[in-house]
Design a protein around this ligand. Structure first.
Ligand code: 5GP
Ligand code: ZN
Length: 108
């Protein structure tokens, strides 16, 4: 069993509120939302952090992020994309993930 919580969510060993899944990524609601809509998008492949991901993986991840935000979640007024990179950037879970925040006008 993996000791990575996002691998365990990917494998169905831990529950999540899933919003989208395909062969490359999984998207689910953040357990501690910081906006009315707060969704995490993870690559299914375990990559610890943004700096470690190759171009192809980043391209697929970013493409799916916009699909989830614009089409699946329908955040018509706009949204924010955040990727925290290592400790100095506030990263707590070391499985690459993109935060989608929306549902209100973000002022911070
Ligand atoms: P980071 O600070 O690493 O960029 O963000 C990690 C995010 O994962 C945090 O916003 C945190 O609330 C979320 N998170 C941590 N554990 C879980 C979990 O078990 N389930 C879900 N859905 N989100 C989690
Ligand atoms: Zn992982």
């Amino acid at each position: 069993m993996s000791d990575c919580i996002f691998c365990r969510i990917r494998d169905g060993e831990l529950p999540c509120k899933k919003v989208y899944e395909d062969e490359d990524v999984l998207a689910f609601h953040d357990i501690h939302p910081k906006a009315p809509v707060h969704v995490l998008v993870i690559p299914k492949q375990h990559v610890a952090t943004f700096s470690d991901a190759d171009e192809a993986l980043l391209g697929r991840l970013m493409d799916r992020v916009r699909h989830v935000a614009d089409s699946v979640l329908g955040l018509k007024e706009g949204w924010r994309l955040i990727v925290n990179v290592r400790a100095g950037g506030g990263q707590e879970v070391y499985h690459l993930h993109a935060h989608i925040l929306g549902g209100k006008r973000l002022s911070f």
